[in-house]
Design a protein around this ligand. Structure first.
Ligand code: G3P
Ligand code: MG
Length: 239
C-alpha cells in the first residue's frame, strides 16, 4: 500500500508550506498531496481553506487578494514560531520542490466552494511547462472540474473525491471521466469499498493517521492512503 504525504508532511510542519513539502520530498514514500486555490489576479496558490484565517496571521478570502498581498502574511507561526518565515506557496514553487524527485503528485483543485474560472487550463499549462503530466493525479470534490480536466487532457490521471457512502462509485467515476477514487476513510469499509477495489480502479483513502486503520486498509486492498505523518507511517508499514 502506497503512502501520500497529506498537505506535505503536515503533522510535523505547517500544512501546505514549502518546509512541509521539502520534508516530504526527502522521504522514500510514493507521493504527496496538496490543495490549490486561485487568487484575485489568477495566480495558483497552495492552501487548503478558502480563507487564510486558520493558517496565517491574516484574514480574508484567497479569491479577494492578489498574490503580492497574500505573500505578506506569515503561514508558519500558527503552527510553531520556528516556521514564521513560511509564506503561501504558489503551485509553481511547490512543483519546483518535486521537479527532480520520484514522487507522484496529487493536485487537489479546491474549486468546490468557488468554481475558479480557468483553473483547469492554468494547472494543465503549468504541468506541461514542468513536464510533469505523467507524474500527477488531479482530483477534486468539484466533479465538473474533474470532467473538464479529462476532456482537456485525456492522458492525465484524474480522481473524484467524495465523502459519502455510494453505490458502485467506480461506475459513477466512469461517468465523470475519473481514473481513480479518492474516498473518505470510513466509507471504504462499507460494501462500496469492496466494489470499488474489485472494479480495478485505484482507491486511495484520506486521511489515515492511525496505524491500525492503515493495517485494515492494506488488508482490504486499497492502493494508497493520505496521511499527515508520512515518515511514521512509512516506518510502520515497511516493518
Ligand atoms: O485529497 C485528499 C484530501 O486532502 C481531501 O480532503 O479536506 O484534506 O483536502 P481535504
Ligand atoms: Mg486535500
Amino acid at each position: 500500500m502506497k503512502i501520500y504525504a497529506h498537505r506535505g508532511s503536515s503533522g510535523t510542519h505547517p500544512e501546505n508550506t514549502i518546509v512541509a513539502f521539502k520534508a516530504a520530498a526527502k522521504l522514500p514514500i510514493h507521493g504527496v498531496e496538496f490543495d490549490v486555490h486561485m487568487t484575485k489576479d489568477h495566480e495558483l496558490v497552495v492552501i487548503h481553506d478558502e480563507t487564510i484565517n486558520r493558517t496565517s496571521n491574516g484574514t480574508g478570502f484567497i479569491k479577494d487578494m492578489t498574490l503580492a498581498e497574500l505573500k505578506k502574511f506569515d503561514f508558519g507561526s500558527w503552527y510553531s514560531y520556528e516556521f514564521k518565515k513560511e509564506t503561501i506557496p504558489t503551485l509553481r514553487e511547490v512543483l519546483y520542490v518535486f521537479k527532480d524527485t520520484h514522487h507522484h503528485l496529487n493536485i487537489e483543485l479546491k474549486s468546490d466552494v468557488f468554481p475558479y474560472e480557468g483553473m483547469e487550463q492554468a494547472v494543465l499549462q503549468m504541468l506541461k511547462d514542468y513536464r510533469l503530466e505523467a507524474r500527477v493525479v488531479i482530483s477534486s470534490f468539484n466533479h465538473e472540474m474533474v470532467r473538464n480536466v479529462k476532456q482537456l487532457a485525456p492522458p492525465i490521471e484524474t480522481a473524484v473525491l467524495f465523502m459519502e457512502v455510494m453505490i458502485e462509485p467506480h461506475k459513477y467515476a466512469d461517468v465523470v471521466g475519473a481514473d481513480a477514487l479518492h474516498a473518505f476513510f470510513p466509507t471504504v469499509l462499507r460494501e462500496m469499498g469492496a466494489e470499488a477495489i474489485a472494479s480495478g480502479k485505484k482507491v486511495r483513502v484520506f486521511t489515515v493517521n492511525d496505524e491500525k486503520y492503515a493495517d485494515l486498509l492494506k488488508r482490504i486492498g486499497v492502493d494508497a492512503i493520505f496521511t499527515d505523518y508520512p515518515e511514521k507511517m512509512w516506518k510502520y508499514l515497511k516493518s
